[in-house]
Design a protein around this ligand. Structure first.
Ligand code: ANZ
Ligand code: ZN
Length: 947
């Protein structure tokens, strides 16, 4: 047999497949379908580096596997080619973006073809193609007609360097995601899409999607649904300030109001604000801060009181001051809050800094599990103190044993009317222990409410308890009353014994948590105190009643903002609207679509808030479609994200001139069954596309409510130095070189074998040889193959069937690395066997075919097969031939069981550990922590230790 020559083999098969058209997909209602989609690339001038194809290799494997399993597969590719990079490149080099894009696409295609992908190129699409963007414009028009596209003059994010408006989704930590400049707020005319109308559906329908939990979670957070109330606070001069709060139950603790610095109240009441100069200075200062800088907990709080303005808390009619502070944002809720420093961290930081009153109105409630209240017994309310006295010499704490009840408590007792907690605590310590020289340390902030059954009194108690902390100055003791002495004895306990296990009262756990801290506000729910008629009630139960009592209303708010949809740049889809002097905004008639992007001499942004299109007189001036009078075209263009909102539909029917997609074709192919791309698209493309899809569903263009059923995120491939691969760092590896040196099959195997598909891994040219040797081994195996007279080999047979099962299951779940590893094990077993039956070898080739399509086809046909291996049927396994082929592995994180999974008995330690670490549940529990140790108990358990 001749040497393995990858170049020759790969060229030959690529040509053959394309000539035979084996990847052309057609609707075929008789066959089940599989729509397998990559997020289509933006064809940049730099070409592909080895990181890009990772996801494409995965979908290629998956779609080849599906095809061999009898599915009719749609696996297309196209180009997302509008946007700033091409335009910036055009400005720099004075070439038309269209030419640059054309060149880049040709280059990308060449690179992709070298890797042997099975795309149906007959369905290639390009978002900058007028035949394509005609339909992008058409969808926009339908939205406009339904009132979902509107003009606004609100201040938007403006990137001073890219010279265009941006949507919230285009910001990264308050900076332009493209160039890193701090964005400004600029009022300007723009088109906005009412995505908020779909907020609730975007949220609810996430539930049914088979997507990574992390992506769903970031969408939930981005949508940010809050149920709360709007409440109006009157000011003394009878204007009003409306606040949004999720905790109306805390209103009795609202000791001041805070407005966002941009709040319109300030302008409207300028003359009443006596320190207006100071206020205006502050407003100016906040302009340069990003939202994150403004709102982070722990950031130094700033603000200015509006002197001369006093508000009235409608719950208790108290007069309270009004402040402005940048931790309140204009764009959320009503842009104003009622501050409840006792129960909100940011309000607390602010109140401490500016010495504003803090009033506790919610206390946590605990039901004593060892002595729960007994139904039918009377209930008595108490106000108690616990005295926590530490002896600094020993570090121990003063406690009391009550032999009769078998109790261990702190010195404790009731608080008398008018008595301060400190005085009451000193009294109890003296009476019960005789210690008299105590240095006051602090009152632990926040009472605790506890419900229990007081056995000795045969009654239920509701105790509101405060703890007072002291240090013992010396051991001088007064005489203790004989009666007291008989009841209890003094003892000292360790700090770690302050807990409910060791001590009698359930409050102990709260004191333990709050002892070391200066303050920890209670931000949870509980029972109300200091809240007038609502005191003693459960906070969650009375929200609505409180809102009613102050004339407020319950509302739902979303963090999601409407989508700022205009860009003041050249290289995008023209917005198909016309401004007529008489008729106002008039949509371009559908028969006149597409509105083609005209050529300009100068692509550079004007910076005036107009796009370069505004300068093309001939294009701008048109007749009004309605009255035929003088009118002008809209000159803003659509954002980069428009074309990718619906491209997956166009692949189903790319050439259709009459419709965006033929309904019959749509019904057959939709939805996308598996979608693969980068996690960075969690909140932009993936929310926008879901929004457009739902709209298209509403107008009857699509038949499903969601576009993408299952989603996988590609883990990054980092450079050999562990950094991101980038021209800037000079660490880019070009797939062309790898393909030329080692072959596409080796390249594909290597990328899938690097590690779990969804996790990041660093490129390592040295280890490619391992994958290459694997393919060479397969090549040599062919020489051993015998058609007849092979002795039955039980061990090999079992392994073969187990491998069919495993590889099938692994491809289905995108566990490509473990699939490759089991193929490697099988190939070694073949190598060790003295002879190999041709039918067994064929199965190995078939299992390997999706991963290494060229070499397997070469060997397959050399065995006398007429059709290519990719048209053969995926092998099936015989369960009877696999004896107990899997074991259940339990995964613990820090000793607690968090997950379990099945894995082949023959799985090696590394594989088991890797699988454990890549489980979604486990990732959740690790929460970003790097494991210190990973312990494997063979065939049973993986324990991941993070602390
Ligand atoms: C009083 C209160 C008491 C609040 C309490 C919280 C805890 P989410 O859950 O994110 O919706 N808030 C309202 N509008 C704001 C704005 N424009 N900028 C900054 N903060 C704002 O948060 C809602 C809570 O965030 C609201 O409930 C309000 O503070 C604050 F113990 O009102 B709360
Ligand atoms: Zn008109």
């Amino acid at each position: 047999m001749k040497e393995y020559d990858h170049t020759e083999i790969e060229k030959k098969w690529q040509k053959h497949w394309s000539k035979k058209g084996i990847y052309t997909s057609k609707e075929n209602p008789k066959e089940p379908k599989s729509y397998v989609l990559d997020m289509f690339p933006y064809p940049s001038g730099e070409g592909l580096h080895v990181g890009h194809p990772k996801g494409y290799i995965a979908t290629d494997i998956y779609s080849r596997f599906k095809k061999m399993s009898g599915h009719n597969v749609l696996h297309p590719m196209g180009w997302d080619a509008f946007g700033l990079p091409a335009e910036n490149y055009a400005i720099k080099t004075k070439t038309h973006p269209r030419d640059a894009v054309g060149k880049n696409i040709a280059r990308y295609k060449e690179q992709l073809s070298g890797i042997g992908f099975n795309y149906d190129w007959k369905r290639e699409i390009n978002t900058t193609d007028p035949g394509y963007y005609k339909w992008t414009q058409w969808i926009f028009l339908q939205m406009y007609k339904k009132g979902l596209a509107f003009q606004s003059n609100d201040p938007i994010n403006w990137c001073p360097s890219c010279q265009t408006g941006l949507a919230n989704e285009d910001l990264d930590d308050g900076k332009c995601e493209r160039c890193g400049s701090v964005v400004e707020k600029r009022p300007m005319r723009q088109w906005v899409l009412r995505i908020t109308e779909y907020a609730d559906r975007l949220l609810t329908d996430l539930g049914n999607l088979n997507w990574p939990e992390s992506i769903k979670e970031s969408q939930r957070n981005w949508i940010g649904k809050s149920e709360g109330a709007e409440i109006s606070f009157k000011t003394k001069d009878s204007s009003e300030i409306r606040v949004f709060t999720t905790r109306p139950d805390t209103i009795f603790g609202a000791t001041y109001l805070v407005l966002s610095p941009e709040h319109e109240f300030i302008q409207k009441n300028e003359r009443k604000i006596s320190n207006i100069t100071e206020v205006i200075q502050y407003v100016e200062k906040t302009k340069n801060k990003t939202e994150i800088e403004r709102t982070a907990v722990g950031k130094e709080k700033t603000g200015v009181q509006l002197k001369g303005i006093t508000a009235i808390n409608p719950a208790n009619n108290e007069e309270i001051p009004v402040w402005i502070a940048d931790y309140v944002l204009t764009s959320y809720g009503t842009g104003a809050i009622m501050a409840v420093p006792a129960h909100d961290e940011r309000d607390f930081e602010f109140a401490k800094k500016f010495d504003l009153p803090i009033r506790e109105v919610v206390v946590p409630n605990i039901i004593d599990q060892r002595n729960p209240p007994v139904a039918g017994k009377k209930s008595v309310e108490r106000r108690n103190i616990h005295a926590i006295v530490r002896d600094p010499k020993t570090g121990k704490y003063l406690a009391i044993k009550w032999p009769k009840f078998n109790w261990i408590t702190f010195p404790m007792g009731g608080v008398e009317v008018g008595e301060s907690p400190e005085v009451a605590a000193r009294r109890e310590v003296l009476e019960e222990t005789g210690f008299k020289n105590l240095k006051f340390v602090k009152v632990i902030d926040g009472q605790v409410r506890a419900e229990y059954f007081a056995t000795h009194k045969d009654e239920n108690r509701v105790a509101y308890t405060t703890a007072v902390v002291f240090e013992l100055e010396n051991h001088e003791q007064a005489e203790i009353d004989e009666k007291e002495k008989a009841q209890h004895e003094v003892t000292w306990i360790e700090e770690k014994q302050i807990n409910y296990e060791y001590m009698t009262h359930a409050e102990a756990n709260f004191w333990r948590d709050r002892l070391p801290q200066k303050f920890s506000q209670y931000t949870g729910v509980g029972f109300l105190v200091n809240s007038g008629e609502f005191s003693g009630k459960e906070s969650e139960q009375v929200k609505k009643a409180i809102v009613d009592s102050v004339g407020g209303k319950m509302v739902t708010k979303y963090k999601l903002r409407d989508w700022v949809f205009s860009r003041q740049r050249y290289w995008g889809e023209p917005i198909p609207l016309i401004h007529c002097e008489k008729c106002g905004v008039v949509p371009v008639p559908e028969k006149d679509l597409p509105v083609k992007l005209p050529d300009v001499k100068n692509y550079a942004p004007t910076g005036t808030g107009e796009s370069p299109l505004a300068a093309i007189e001939k294009w701008v001036h048109v007749k009004c479609p309605t009255c035929k009078g003088k009118a002008k075209r809209e000159t803003n263009t659509m954002p980069q994200w428009a074309g990718s909102c619906w491209y997956y539909l166009r692949y189903m029917d790319p050439k259709n001139k009459k419709a965006l997609v033929d309904p019959k074709k749509e019904k057959y192919w939709a939805p996308v069954d598996v979608y693969v791309g980068g996690a960075e698209h969690a909140t932009r493309h993936l929310i926008y596309a879901r929004f457009w899809h739902k709209f298209l569903f509403d107008i009857g263009v699509v038949s499903t409510i969601e576009p993408f059923t299952r989603l996988y995120n590609v883990g990054l491939i980092l450079a050999e130095d562990g950094r991101k691969m980038s021209k800037r760092y000079g660490n880019v590896i070009n797939p062309d070189d790898i393909v030329a040196t080692y072959g596409a099959d080796t390249f594909r195997i290597y990328e899938m074998f690097m590690g779990p598909f969804t996790q990041a891994s660093a490129w390592d040219t040295k280890s490619i040889m391992g994958s290459r040797r694997f393919i060479e081994r397969i090549w040599r195996l062919a020489e051993k193959v015998k058609a007849e007279g092979v002795q039955p080999n039980k061990k090999l047979e079992t392994l073969l069937h187990a491998t069919i099962k495993k590889v099938s299951a692994d491809i289905e779940t995108f566990s490509f690395n473990t699939a490759v590893s089991s193929l490697m094990i099988l190939s070694r077993e073949f190598e060790d066997a003295s002879e190999v039956a041709v039918n067994d070898f064929k199965i190995l080739l078939q299992l390997l075919a999706p991963f290494a399509p060229h070499v397997t086809d070469e060997l397959w046909t050399s065995l006398g097969n007429k059709k290519t291996i990719h048209e053969s049927m995926w092998p099936t396994f015989d369960p009877a031939k696999i004896v107990s082929d899997t074991v259940k592995i339990v995964v613990q994180v820090n000793g607690k069981v968090r997950d379990e999974f099945e894995i082949g008995v023959s799985a090696e330690e590394n594989e088991v550990k890797e699988r454990a670490l890549s489980r979604e549940n486990v990732i959740k529990w690790l929460n970003g922590a790097v494991p210190k140790r990973v312990i494997y108990v063979k065939g049973k358990l993986v324990n991941i230790v993070i602390e």
